[in-house]
Write a new protein. Structure first.
Length: 277
């Protein structure tokens, strides 16, 4: 996997060097107002800060590792998670803000990935306060491991009856205390389940730059797309392309996420590929 990640890293570095300027410092600001969490713009409850930052940082780590390495387990260690560690670097006024960033990040690739992670999480936080449909769409872009922490994040905000505003990159979103409650209920009613399956069908190829694959099951009309397993070597992934458009058996990790409306979102990760006997 180290060589595969190295190849994808080189591609991303090249695109960043072609950009007009270096990526911005990874940064997000969480603003809170009202309820039992804050006293105007003067202060914020210390216990609330401790409680709310833990699930947020855990969401950042899980989403960052998923972005870099693909699907991760529901528990256990996460590769490279320390590279997503954020510092509390400011207390902006407005309501009361907690600025989290990586002010000394010199690795352009990591800075870009952490920034993308923060924006992705801001989008799912905003969608959770909007509607079941928007939340279901936003869930497609996050790791299933984020969901329990997202529930915990909203549960704490709801407990303190606070409103919430998030700023990440160019994205701004704001949830009133009522919308925080609805977001908590929505996140609490969303579940994920992961299993391993084997499917017979036509392998449509793998793209090593994006580390993704396409597969057409024999008994389904739709094409399956997803990530290649993070522990697969670059050589093994490249060798799979020799079986493009061939009838194969794919071993897959399948994660189903069910939202409150009953909508089911399915994510696939390719673990292994072998020829039909």
């Amino acid at each position: 996997m180290a060589r595969a990640w190295g190849a994808r890293r080189e591609s991303l570095e090249a695109s960043l060097l072609d950009a007009a300027a270096a990526p911005k410092i990874p940064r997000t600001v969480l603003f809170f107002a009202g309820g039992d969490a804050t006293v105007g713009s003067t202060g914020i409850d210390a216990q609330f800060v401790s409680d709310i930052l833990k699930p947020f940082q855990e969401m950042v780590k899980s989403q960052f590792v998923s972005l870099r390495h693909g699907q991760i387990g529901q528990r256990g260690p996460r590769k490279s998670e320390n590279e997503a560690r954020l510092l509390l670097t400011g207390l902006p006024r407005g309501s009361f803000g907690l600025e989290l960033s990586q002010p000394f990040q010199e690795d352009w690739v990591t800075a870009s990935e952490v920034s993308d992670t923060l924006v992705s999480l801001s989008k799912v936080i905003e969608a959770a306060g909007e509607s079941d449909e928007e939340f279901a769409n936003a869930v497609d872009d996050i790791s299933p491991r984020v969901l329990p922490r997202l529930k915990e994040f909203f549960e704490i905000a709801h407990k303190y009856k606070t409103s919430l505003k998030v700023e990440s990159g160019d994205l701004r979103c704001e949830l009133s205390a009522d919308r925080v409650q609805r977001a908590f209920e929505r996140a609490s009613s969303t579940f994920s389940e992961t299993s391993e399956i084997e499917l017979t069908g036509i392998f449509r190829g793998a793209t090593l730059d994006s580390w993704r694959f396409d597969f057409k099951p024999a008994d389904e009309d739709a094409l399956i797309s997803g990530r290649i397993a993070s522990d697969m070597s670059e050589e093994a992934a490249a060798a799979m392309n020799g079986n493009t458009n061939q009838r194969m058996i794919a071993k897959l990790s399948k994660t189903e996420i069910q939202t409150p409306s009953g909508a089911v979102r399915t994510k696939y990760e390719l673990i292994d590929l072998r020829q039909v006997s």
